[in-house]
Design a protein around this ligand. Structure first.
Ligand code: HXC
Length: 528
């Protein structure tokens, strides 16, 4: 039914009950979206409808819909006969675990969830409300992209959203869940938000789909292989989280929100915490005697922070660095940790970019940073150099340097070369740096260092191998420990591993009111 006939039916001579009945009829019609058959088709694909998704996301009874009766204004290509109340997107606000949250959920049953003028205006409206009222925005994406029949207004609608995504960045948390197709320029709205989640086997994201890929590059690839959850969680790093079904994805949104504040002016919510014995003796046994033997840094993280509170981000991407949220004595923190169990924890292009983005998110939203450092340096090689490890490594350096939240580093083992500086060193603004007795803080490992600085001596020795070993030991004795750095104050304290949790709780408490003002500028120029 179009608006004219709605208005003509709302004649003032009609009794109120009939008007209410008419309203109810419209509401029921809007709730049906594209109709029973399309809802069934959606379910058959293993997908929920937009309204079902919102229902599972929001606290029971809290959702208030905005713009349920909006319709498009287009008449081209028969669209005048395809007006569906709501125009293919459910928008509104409610609470998630008691906290105000705004949401839009695209309805694939209506014109394939395609986005055009009215659909975009509805999304923009909740984006504006989220910004004005300082609360997170959740986008549940399931769309065939720009509504082809509406032409350029669809593109304009996307650009309006991109612009608002950008202005909202760093002001309110924005989370995008991809629950169906997300193709073409449509991918750039999620890409501009803070976190992307995908559902395995039912969602995909790509700038150009398999057909275009085949035409242009002659590659044959399925939608799933090109832009499914697995590709984006392991190869591209576009998605931060993947889930096996939509309910798990929606629960993932709720979990993530627990670690973040409503907006950049607030702190993340604290959980109740009762202090107990904070010593963690198991940490004394984690570092292997052989410095080249790996160990899992997650064990260090999980033994240090509150039990079961670690929420890892980008788990399957650039695994040589681990990032994620946790609680320490009930307070939300962001954790960045080199992972010796993967590529020896080396810093490379992907791990630097992954960590830099996480550090910036935490800094935007007042989440203190904890760094565990065990890094042998930057990864050498033509692949890294030609793909700009210089620029990408600088991203992490820049991100830490400009972060004004409380920042603490614990050096568990290696802190070599430029990577020592980059990984939240005191020199670039960390507030407290601790080192375990196992720490090795030097320009490089003893073996490589001995080879360079004693080159002639080793070459001319009767037993070059023996000489090399001797010089390696000599260099190691001097630098493969934390005491030179501690003597300079680059490390504030050398601590037993079992003391780590207690020291961190006290230090983060001490830093609670940290206030730093950066030099006045329009904005910095991060090496992109
Ligand atoms: C209008 C669309 C649509 C679109 C789907 N539909 N996409 N209508 N504009 N973009 C409609 C279909 O016509 C169909 O209507 C219904 O939605 C369901 O679509 P199906 O094709 O039956 O579903 P399925 O087989 O699941 O395939 C989904 C799909 C496919 C892969 C998304 O629909 C598709 O390829 N759509 C076109 C994708 C596309 O090229 N979009 C433009 C991208 S460019 P009926 O009435 O038959 O049920 C872009 C630029 C953005 O988005 C730029 C921003 C800067």
């Amino acid at each position: 039914m179009d608006m004219d006939s709605i208005i003509s039916q709302m004649n003032i001579s009609i009794p109120m009950q009939e008007k209410i009945d008419l309203l109810n009829k419209h509401i029921e019609e809007a709730k049906l979206g594209g109709g029973e058959a399309r809802i069934e088709a959606q379910h058959k694909k293993g997908k929920l409808t937009a309204r079902e998704r919102v229902h599972f996301l929001m606290d029971e009874g809290s959702f208030e819909e905005i713009g349920m009766l909006v319709t498009h204004r287009s008449t081209d290509f028969g669209l005048d006969k395809q007006k569906v109340l709501g125009d293919g997107v459910v928008t509104g606000y409610g609470t998630v675990e008691g906290r105000l949250t705004y949401v839009f959920a695209q309805d694939f049953t209506v014109l394939g969830g395609s986005l055009a003028e009215a659909h975009a205006e509805k999304i923009c409206k909740v984006m504006d409300l989220a910004m004005k009222n300082g609360a997170p925005l959740i986008g549940l994406n399931d769309s065939g992209g720009a509504r082809i029949q509406e032409g350029v207004v669809s593109l304009g609608g996307y650009a309006d959203i991109f612009y608002k995504n950008t202005l909202s960045s760093g002001v309110i948390p924005q989370i995008s869940a991809i629950m169906g197709p997300c193709a073409g320029g449509a991918v750039y709205s999620p890409a501009l938000t803070d976190f992307i989640m995908m559902v395995e086997n039912t969602s995909y994201m790509f700038v150009t789909g398999p057909n275009v890929v085949k035409t242009v590059t002659h590659e044959e690839v399925s939608s799933e292989d090109l832009g499914g959850a697995s590709a984006h969680s392991t190869k591209s790093g576009v998605t931060h989280f993947t889930y096996e079904n939509e309910i798990a994805c929606i629960n993932g949104i709720k979990t993530l929100l627990k670690y973040m504040p409503q907006n950049c002016e607030e702190d993340a919510p604290s959980l109740d915490y009762v202090a107990t014995d904070e010593s963690r003796p198991s940490l004394n046994d984690i570092i292997p005697e052989n410095p080249n033997q790996p160990y899992d840094i997650r064990e260090v993280i999980e033994s240090t922070i509150d039990a079961d509170s670690f929420h890892e981000v980008h788990k399957s991407y650039a695994e040589n660095i681990v990032v994620g949220f946790g609680h320490l004595a009930g307070k939300s923190i962001g954790i960045v940790a080199n992972q010796p169990a993967y590529l020896a924890g080396v810093l490379d292009i992907q791990s630097s970019t992954k960590a830099a983005r996480f550090v910036r998110f935490c800094d935007c939203f007042n989440i203190p940073l904890l760094v565990f450092e065990d890094v042998p340096g930057f990864l050498p090689g033509t692949d890294q150099e030609w793909n700009a490890i210089i620029t990408n490594g600088a991203k992490l350096l820049y991100a830490f340097s400009e972060a004004t939240v409380p920042r603490i580093t614990v050096i568990t083992r290696k802190a070599y070369g430029g990577a020592y500086d980059v990984m939240n060193s005191k020199h670039i603004g960390a507030d407290m740096n601790y080192a375990w007795p196992s720490a090795e803080i030097a320009v490089m490992g003893a073996k490589g260092a001995a080879e360079i600085i004693f080159k002639k001596e080793i070459k001319n020795a009767e037993d070059p191998e023996g000489k090399w070993k001797e010089k390696e030991m000599e260099y190691g004795d001097i630098f493969a420990n934390p005491y030179r750095a501690a003597a300079r104050g680059y490390v504030d304290e050398v601590i037993r591993p079992d003391q780590t949790r207690e020291k961190l709780i006290k230090a983060f408490k001490m830093l609670e009111n940290k206030a730093v003002t950066l030099p006045k500028k329009k904005h910095g120029n991060i090496p992109l």
